[in-house]
Ligand binder design. Structure first.
Ligand SMILES: [Zn+2]
Length: 71
């Protein structure tokens, strides 16, 4: 399986316009990939902690909406 780079996930977590057309694919990958999902979660937590001081756009919803694994 090919994984996304940290840089790519960083753009995703910050809701970058550059990835708008790719978000569905990324969501799909994160739904299946524990490795990338955990890294995205770490980045999301990082930006949530720093957003007050830097005003970085943060994905507020739907980040995990498609990533829950139900058996
Ligand atoms: Zn992956």
């Amino acid at each position: 399986m090919i994984h996304y780079t940290d840089h790519f996930l960083d753009l995703y977590v910050r809701n970058s316009p550059a990835l708008t057309s790719l978000r569905a694919d990324i969501d799909e990958h994160l739904a299946d990939c524990f490795y990338c999902r955990e890294r995205a979660r770490d980045l999301f937590g990082f930006y949530r902690k720093t957003e007050a001081s830097e005003n970085i756009p943060v994905v507020q919803s739907n980040l995990y909406a498609t990533t829950t694994i139900e058996s």
